[in-house]
Ligand binder design. Structure first.
Ligand SMILES: [Zn+2]
Length: 286
C-alpha cells in the first residue's frame, strides 16, 4: 500500500519527466533496421550480433534513452555513430556515445561545419568524401554523398540486407518541403533525389515525416520538379511573387500535409533561389 501511494505521488509530482520519455520510440521497420523517434525527429538503429549501428543521436536526452534501450533490447555494443548532416538539431547528443570502441563518422563537410560552429556534440573521428561502406557481420551500411541539398555534408544511408534507405531533411514524405526553403538548395534537392532513385531500395525512412517506398520518393521528386518548373515559367512570363502565389496551384499534390500553408512559401523560396543563383530578376530587367 505504501509502495502504491509512493508510486502515485512520484507519478503525479513529475509528469514532465514521464511525458518526455513517452516521446521516445524504437520500432522495427524491416529486417534488422529499427526507426528511432524523438518527437518530430527520426533516426535509424541497426543491431547485429557483431555490434550496433546508430545514426543521428538527435539530443542528449534522446541519446541517453536510446543507449539504454539498445542495451536492454539487443544486448550488443554500439560500434558506429553516423551523422546524416551537420545540423545541430539532429547531431546533438553524440557525446553520449563517446567511447573508444564507437567510431563516429560523417561526410567531411559536415565535420568541418560542426567544428567551425563549435557544435556541442561528439566530433567525427572518421570522414569520407563520396561514399563509404560499413560492415557489421552480414549487414552493411552504404553511406553516400549526393552534393549540396540541405545543410552541409548531407548523405543517404542504405541498409543491407534490410533494403532500407534513410535520408534526412531533403526528402520528406507526405508533406511539403519546409516553409520558404531557407537553407535548402532546390536544384541540389532535385538532383540528389534523382540520384537516390537510381539506388535500389524497397523502404524509405525520413528524418521527418512518414515512412514509404520508392513510389512515394518518386512522387516527392515529382512535386519538386513541378514546383520548380511552374515558378520558372511564371517568372519568365513576368509574374510578381504575389501573382505567382495566387496563380500557381499544384492540385495533384493537395493531399500533402501543409499544402495550403506552405505552397506560397515554397514558391517564394524557389523564386528567391532563381534571383540569388541565376540573377533571374536582373535578366528580366534587361
Ligand atoms: Zn531536420
Amino acid at each position: 500500500m505504501l509502495r502504491a501511494i509512493l508510486a502515485f505521488t512520484i507519478l503525479s509530482l513529475s509528469p514532465t519527466a514521464f511525458a518526455g520519455e513517452a516521446e521516445f520510440r524504437l520500432e522495427p521497420i524491416q529486417g534488422n533496421v529499427f526507426r528511432f523517434t524523438a518527437g518530430h525527429y527520426h533516426s535509424i538503429v541497426m543491431p547485429t550480433p557483431e555490434g550496433c549501428f546508430v545514426a543521428d543521436p538527435i539530443s542528449p536526452e534522446a541519446a541517453r534513452w536510446l543507449k539504454n534501450e539498445i542495451q536492454q533490447r539487443f544486448d550488443t555494443p554500439v560500434r558506429y555513430l553516423v551523422y546524416s548532416h551537420n545540423h545541430f538539431d539532429h547531431t546533438l547528443g553524440g557525446e553520449i556515445f563517446d567511447e573508444p570502441s564507437i567510431t563516429c563518422i560523417s561526410q567531411e563537410l559536415a565535420r568541418e561545419d560542426l567544428v567551425r560552429t563549435r557544435t556541442e556534440t561528439r566530433i567525427p573521428d572518421l570522414t569520407f568524401k563520396d561514399q563509404l561502406t560499413l560492415h557489421l557481420g552480414d549487414s552493411q551500411v552504404h553511406l553516400r554523398y549526393h552534393g549540396s541539398n540541405n545543410g552541409r555534408g548531407s548523405i543517404s544511408m542504405k541498409f543491407m540486407p534490410a533494403d532500407v534507405l534513410f535520408v534526412v531533411d531533403w526528402i520528406v514524405l507526405g508533406r511539403l518541403p519546409y516553409m520558404d526553403l531557407k537553407g535548402y538548395d532546390i536544384h541540389g534537392m532535385i538532383d540528389s533525389t534523382r540520384e537516390v532513385l537510381d539506388i535500389p531500395f524497397t523502404t524509405f525512412v525520413g528524418g521527418h515525416g512518414r515512412t514509404g517506398d520508392r513510389q512515394d520518393v518518386a512522387r516527392y521528386l515529382g512535386y519538386l520538379e513541378a514546383l520548380y518548373g511552374r515558378v520558372v515559367e511564371a517568372r519568365r512570363a513576368g509574374q510578381t511573387l504575389a501573382e505567382m502565389q495566387k496563380s500557381i496551384r499544384l492540385v495533384e499534390y493537395k493531399e500533402l500535409d501543409r499544402y495550403q500553408e506552405w505552397l506560397p512559401l515554397n514558391i517564394e523560396g524557389v523564386s528567391r533561389t532563381l534571383d540569388d543563383r541565376s540573377y533571374l530578376d536582373m535578366q528580366m530587367e534587361r
